[in-house]
Design a protein around this ligand. Sequence first.
Ligand code: WT7
Length: 654
Amino acid sequence: MQSTDLIKPIDAPTPTKPGPTPHVSAADYSSMYAASLNDPDAFWAEQGQRVDWMKPFTKVKNTSFEPDNIDIRWFEDGTLNVSANCIDRHLADRADQTAIIWEPDDPRTEDARHITYAQLHRSVSKMANVLRDLGVEKGDRVIIYLPMIPEAAYAMLACTRIGAIHSIVFAGFSPDALGARINGCDAKIVITADHAPRGGRETPLKSNTDTALLHCKDDVKCLVVKRTGGQTTWTDRDYDCNALMAEASADCPAVEMAAEDPLFILYTSGSTGQPKGVVHTTGGYLVYAAMTHEIVFDYHDGDIFWCTADVGWVTGHSYIVYGPLANGGTTIMFEGVPTYPDAGRFWDVCAKHKVNQFYTAPTAIRALMGAGNDWVEKHDLSDLRVLGSVGEPINPEAWNWYNEVVGKGKCPIVDTFWQTETGGHMLTPLPCTKLKPGAAQQPFFGVQPVVLEPTSGQIIDGNDVEGVLCIADSWPGQMRTVWGDHERFEKTYFSDYKGYYFSGDGCRRDADGDYWITGRVDDVINVSGHRMGTAEVESALVAHPKVAESAVVGYPHDVKGQGIYAYVTLMNGQEPSDELRKELEKWVRTEIGPIAKPDLIQWAPGLPKTRSGKIMRRILRKIAEDDFGALGDTSTLADPSVVDDLIENRMNRG
Ligand code: WT7
């Protein structure tokens, strides 16, 4: 473990161009943070005014982390509409301001598009009417399986306009994963596109949807957006989105929603079982997304904000669409990948659109760092003011490169720790904070981190301590339940450490009281900033007819952060071969999607198990890390000799 106390905090740098006065100064932070904990009702009643309410709330916080009564409500008697907050209320002042800059996959064949608030209003209203005409009503679920095109934002906002609950499925997920989510939330309709271009390649989204729908109810409809114009099959359940929108009325009133009505469901991986549907609601989520977007990135009127995530992940929900648009901002929606057509793409887009805040993941930073500084240096990045990082701990080399080469030492880096479940940032420096490379540092307003002793669950007070990260009280952006399974919500987040929200991460509080995330303490791995449950990959592998058993662990990977390492025991009579290895890789891609493809597969004649049959993952992790000198006690294993074989034939020899 690195000695974090040796790291000297870096003063917040002075920007290249004179910028606006920051929303929050270092002194404000301390007093505002104290106020947020001393009187949450007063603090959040004020912050609640960031959004327009149809009926103002009179109650602010009504939350319980009590065992068997996990109940979270914010602003519960207020009513509002998210699409009205993200669009309509800006029309008086900003009808002609750009809301969304869309940047295509291939800049050589297509131009960027600027969509004003007035145009956004028209398109969203039309799409909302199309959905309504297709029978979508308040409370119905709508699956969105789209490329990063403006229609993805229209679809989200159209749902919120009529009170439908959207659930976005990342366009990189397979038909099986899509089908499971359609069925999981009993969706009425899937919005998809013909094809999704990305990095010069195309994913056949419509045909994936057709395959997924084979396993869904007959009455699920499919609304198809034209992206490439490529060929697709057409059946009775398919509707042409472009044609219907052309005909639809551009007048669609925004429905009144209760603050606690569900806004969206987003499936995410856990340590056990299949992905769970994280439910976020309307009022608290929007207030929290808007506030964190403005304060953490120091977003000011007229700034151009770019979050490089995909709307298929929570980062895209909160910081491409809802946060920036609630703030009347200009947000970039990028269809492509960091290295296409070349490794200068990110910097080309930053220069072209004069980006002020740039938010990306350490895995992308590491990949681009590897491509060399020339790609960055040939672009004018002088409009950048704040850089952000999200998804995994950022290693000091990547942090320094981001700071020096991209930010020219002039842009604070906000290393934002949060989760699908938290709706918005939880621990993060602000642009005014003295920075420590690699640390998420300090809680956002209203967030009460505690470090617990992992086994006893006792609070560890004081500094220079390490344990598991829990949160002691609710914040408005918190998820409310698991779709259709409140018990799973209680069990996953509130049962290991009673009275606290358990993040699943380990953390250290250093001598100055700053927080450092040390990574997941459960069976969740983080591959390129994407969360993967090892159980999910295992169940995909054992579904293959030649596989008897499998155990999946993470191992350190230079670019991805963690790679997927699979131990596979074959059925009796099956012989390992390179061909079978490829077959299994392909199998997992088809079952889940390309992001779940194992990086390394080791043939395991047996897995290390206790006498009661429990797989000793600790040992498998060590072998995968190529660190088998410190295996610990293996004498309790049913058959200690399997370990020697696994070491002998290990795949990662660093
Ligand atoms: C997990 C959540 C919500 C952002 C995208 C990922 C890890 C996230 C950081 C960070 C260290 C981080 C944690 C967390 N993580 N951001 N800045 N420093 N670790 O969302 O898929 O829900 O994953 O990502 O392990 O639990 P997610």
